[in-house]
Design a binder for this molecule. Structure first.
Ligand SMILES: Nc1ncnc2c1ncn2[C@@H]1O[C@H](COP(=O)(O)OP(=O)(O)OP(=O)(O)O)[C@@H](O)[C@H]1O
Ligand SMILES: [Mg+2]
Length: 441
């Protein structure tokens, strides 16, 4: 099948030709006609199989057709929300690419950068808004954004957007959108508990599942190295000696861990940059664009880079630490093996991480090949003993005893004022056991 056979308007077809897209991927073949017919949709397809175009193409087309009968000022008629700033930016770029020859205007907003240019862009009028939920809610509260003209509402990485970390923000957004709208949910993973919850926001949806839930792409070769925790850094250096490994994304569990690995690599004359939530937005975008344009061989990242990020010809993903949630493994390794290309995913597994590996293999229904021949085999076969002795009283806790108000976690805001720190609701720290009350109807 060709894109031409999907009743796509000439302005979009021309843009697709320029991108050398001729054959729609399976999710595009199924989702585009369903979305054009106005249905709500839940679309699950493996990483790197073109879900972005599957929702962007019909959204552009529906709004263009709607535009023809419309006169006067532009209103936000399509809203796409995503979990990370980098992904929001990437999706915005895709809308610009596929919509280049339409009359529609897109805009992207996210936190960590000044709000002013975003406000100015919005004031000029936009049809399509891509956003992360925090900044979106801020601008809604400040009445800079109105969602009352929304016709198409899209959650990319929908299972992530509907889990504990984001659900409250998403509920606030939904409360501001007209109830009559088309809702589209997309992800490569959809745990049953979240799929059930998605029924609360979808209206008689078409469900498209291209491959069984949470499966990994066949073209990615997956390997595991059993290794003691303290030898992981040497094993990484050993693997990176192979110069045929052209670009490598290394995932760690913590921001601190990402920085530490980056320093260790630098000491061994391997240039690396890190991307995580404590870096400035400038540093985050700079590291990612150096990696995307191949001037940087090694990018060390936390799970902010696990979902959606599209890096051309990324050859290797290395899980320096295994993720706690199996779905995260699927997304992490899915940064390679995209758009029909091959890739290699290597996971380091120490003794304590064996249960995580077991969960991952169960979830992806695949046994990961063990690499036995390497210089740092696993020797430790006892669990790490966690120290449970009471900690020495720090000056902070001593102060909080004197002044109970000091117990509240506070952090310094950019303007020098102290702000109460938000609870950390990151479900990837807590597993995904928590239940979320999702009553919308
Ligand atoms: N029909 C097509 N023909 C050729 N290339 C395509 C086509 N559709 C998408 N691509 C390319 O495939 C790559 C992956 O697309 P995309 O990022 O949309 O994947 P995804 O399914 O959203 O993956 P993830 O689950 O990781 O977010 C992109 O580089 C995109 O340009
Ligand atoms: Mg995607």
């Amino acid at each position: 099948m060709q894109f031409k056979e999907l009743s796509i308007m000439p302005a979009i077809l021309t843009a697709l030709e320029k991108e050398n897209y001729s054959v729609p991927t399976p999710i595009q073949q199924e989702a585009i006609p369903a979305i054009l017919s106005g249905k709500d949709l839940l679309g699950c397809a493996q990483t790197g199989t073109g879900k972005t175009a599957a929702f962007a193409i019909p959204t552009l087309q529906l709004l263009s057709e709607d535009n023809m009968s419309q006169t006067g000022q532009r209103n936000i008629r399509a809203l796409i929300i995503t979990p990370t700033r980098e992904l929001a930016l990437q999706i915005y770029e895709s809308f610009c690419t596929y919509g280049k020859y339409t009359k529609l205007k897109s805009c992207v907003i996210f936190g960590g950068v000044s709000q002013k240019p975003q406000e100015e862009a919005l004031q000029k009028g936009v049809d399509i808004l891509v956003a992360t939920p925090g900044r979106l809610n801020d601008l809604i509260n400040q009445k800079v954004i109105s969602l009352k003209h929304i016709k198409i509402f899209i959650l990319d990485e929908a299972d992530r957007m509907l889990d504990m970390g984001f659900i409250q923000d998403v509920k606030k957004v939904i409360a501001k959108i007209p109830s009559k709208k088309q809702t589209l949910l997309f992800s490569a993973t959809m745990p049953p508990s979240i799929e059930k919850m998605s029924n609360a926001i979808l209206n008689d949806p078409v469900k498209i599942e291209i491959t069984p839930e949470s499966t990994t792409v066949n073209s990615i070769d997956q390997y595991v190295y059993y290794v003691d925790r303290e030898n992981k850094k040497d094993l990484l250096l050993h693997i990176l000696k192979d110069k045929s490994i052209s670009s490598v994304l290394v995932f760690t569990r913590t921001k601190h861990g990402a920085d530490r690995i980056m320093r260790q690599l630098s000491k061994s004359k391997i240039t690396a940059q890190a991307i995580h939530g404590d870096k400035s937005q400038n540093a985050r975008q700079n590291a990612l664009s150096n990696f995307k344009n191949k001037t940087l061989r090694v990018l060390v990242a936390t799970d902010i880079a696990a979902r959606g990020i599209d890096i051309d010809e990324l050859s290797h993903v290395i899980n320096y630490d295994l993720p706690n949630v199996p779905e995260t493994y699927v997304h992490r390794i899915g940064r390679t093996g995209r758009a029909g290309l091959g890739g290699v995913a290597i996971s380091f597994c120490d003794f304590d991480e064996k249960p995580l590996l077991f969960d991952i293999e169960k979830s992806i229904r695949k046994q990961i090949t063990e690499v036995k021949e390497h210089p740092y085999p696993l020797l430790n076969t006892t669990p790490t003993v966690k120290v449970t002795q009471p900690r020495r009283e720090s000056s902070k806790t001593a102060a909080s005893k004197k002044d109970p108000a000091a117990k509240k976690k506070v952090k310094m805001a950019a303007d020098g004022t102290l702000k109460e720190k938000k609870n950390n609701n990151n479900p990837y720290r807590q597993g995904r056991k928590g239940k979320v009350d999702f009553k919308l109807k």
